[in-house]
Write a new protein. Structure first.
Length: 118
């Protein structure tokens, strides 16, 4: 039989192979390369997201520090204004107009125990 088609390879059973035979190695290599590229891309994106989150956290910490400083300044200004309102009519008018009140200190006074009372 191989005399009819001298360039055709013979199959294991001895017959002539007339169809296209594709080896499984090439698709597996393509699949492995695509998986490596995909995983590399994911690692790269995760790394850049982590960097962005760390930068946002750093900026957030700076904003919290600045907000605490502003809060302290405003609180001191309000208490000075309330103190001045006891003797000054203009300060009293400002306090009345904006309804400025002084709250008690944070955490001051009796409070229920968070663990509960026996």
């Amino acid at each position: 039989m191989s005399d009819e088609f001298p360039n055709e390879p013979e199959t294991e059973s001895g017959g002539i192979h007339t169809g296209f035979q594709m080896d499984a190695f090439i698709p597996l290599v393509i699949l492995a390369i695509s998986m490596i590229v995909l995983l590399g891309w994911q690692v790269s994106m995760t790394s850049s997201q982590r960097t962005m989150l760390e930068n946002a956290l750093t900026r957030g910490e700076a904003a919290v520090t600045q907000a605490q400083q502003v809060q302290g300044t405003v609180s001191k200004l309000a208490s000075d204004l309330l103190e001045a309102a006891q003797t000054d009519d203009t300060a009293k008018a400002i306090v009345a107009k904006y309804n400025i009140k002084q709250n008690g200190p944070a955490g001051g006074g009796p409070a229920a125990s968070p663990a509960g009372s026996p």
